[in-house]
Design a protein around this ligand. Structure first.
Ligand code: TXA
Ligand code: MG
Length: 356
């Protein structure tokens, strides 16, 4: 399926208006294109056109039962996509949109099965990135966009990552700034109700809009088991994306949980040639292995922003194993931990011994 892929500069929504208009036309006419968002780059196509969504699955090499997030630029585009818009959804949108929050609701007949992965529900988000908003407006249709990586590899946070994965497989790649957030949006389902008809919000994927923020806005929020644990064989994933080994680099990733001193000691004892570390700033220098820092221990935003970039870099350097100093699980740290636990296929070593 070699295609000619256009590289379109789109750093500024006004100055690059012409290339953004061209991207909009490509998308409206059924093509697919990698576009920037504040979380990760997305592989966009017309969400209402089953042929376009088929192209997305094919370019990613992704199973077609995995539903896609629909991206909108105006609140008014939401109600035609869903069966109803409950108060809770509007409160969330008012507070967190545009931004890294995806809201799942029962879908309307307008949304094709190929977009919802055959589910009766649809995931919608309004991104904050001004270029993303400009592309959606230029296309004039809501855009389905999963992360713009080949299935199984880490999500792309730079346009070069998209080019590495998708040259020759898509009509266009927008060349734009690196992603600010670095991990995918928070996914929240509002599809479940209790016996009194009250919505029971459920977190399916943690992201930069944190569980703490969602609880402050909505009260009780359930956390899906798949967020922190591996699902048992045969267990049904509420969010089908959680079924697959995800976010995985080629190297074997192992999470080490504990303070700096036990982390260093463990590496001294176990590291072999070909091993690398992704550690906190405070852990440096590490004598036992070559290392990259992903930020200070308390700086979850920095860790989120660097994580996928570093996993890709260490793949290029042919790391065999990567020992990652595990992040704390509060705030955005929960999202960082969730992505790492998946990349590590849930191999987590709890370090014994005291010492920060
Ligand atoms: O930040 C993001 O959300 C990025 C950017 C491009 O917007 N997109 C993204 O899409 O991460 P993707 O396809 O890589 O992840 C979508 C996740 C998957 O885990 C999928 O299973 C889940 O959302 N999802 C989508 N629609 C759903 C639905 N109707 N019910 C349950 N889970 C759904
Ligand atoms: Mg993805």
């Amino acid at each position: 399926m070699e295609k000619e892929t256009l590289l379109l500069p789109a750093f500024d929504p006004v100055e690059d208006g012409e290339t953004i208009a061209l991207a909009g036309r490509i998308l409206r006419e059924g093509g697919i294109a990698a576009i920037p968002t504040e979380t990760v780059y997305g592989l966009a196509g017309n969400a209402l056109d089953p042929e376009a969504t088929k192209k997305i699955y094919a370019a990613k090499g992704r199973p077609s039962d995995n539903p896609l997030i629909v991206h909108i630029a105006e609140l008014a585009e939401w109600s035609p996509l869903v069966a109803e818009l409950p108060e809770e959804a509007l409160v969330l949108a008012k507070r967190y949109w545009p931004g890294p929050l995806t809201i799942i609701l029962p879908k309307s007949p307008l949304v094709p099965d190929s977009t919802s992965g055959g589910l009766p529900t649809v995931a919608v988000r309004m991104p904050e990135n001004p270029v993303a908003l400009a592309v959606i407006r230029a296309a004039g249709v809501p855009l389905a966009a999963p992360s713009a990586n080949r299935s199984g590899s880490p999500s792309p946070t730079t346009w070069q990552h998209c080019a590495d994965d998708l040259m020759g497989r898509v009509e266009a790649i927008l060349q734009s700034a690196d992603c600010q957030v670095g991990v995918e949006s928070t996914v929240l389902s509002l599809c479940q109700r209790d016996m009194d008809g009250k919505i029971l919000p459920r977190l399916l994927r943690p992201g930069a809009v944190t569980l703490e923020q969602l609880r402050e806005t909505l009260g009780e929020v359930l956390v899906d088991r798949g967020v922190l644990e591996q699902l048992e064989a045969g267990e049904k994933a509420l969010s089908p994306g959680m079924k697959y080994k995800h976010y995985a680099p080629a190297a074997e990733v192992i999470l080490l949980e504990g303070g700096t001193l036990p982390y260093r000691a463990w590496l001294r004892e176990h590291a072999q040639p070909g091993d690398w570390a992704i550690c906190f700033e405070e852990d440096l220098p590490l004598e036992a292995v070559p290392a990259r820092s992903y930020g200070r221990k308390a700086d979850h935003a920095a860790q989120a922003q660097k994580l996928f970039l570093l996993l890709r870099e260490l793949d290029r350097l042919e790391a065999k194993r990567i020992f990652v100093h595990s992040p704390q699980r509060d705030g955005v740290g929960l999202a960082v931990y969730n992505r790492l636990a998946r990349a590590a296929a849930f191999r987590v070593v709890e370090l014994s011994g005291a010492g920060e």
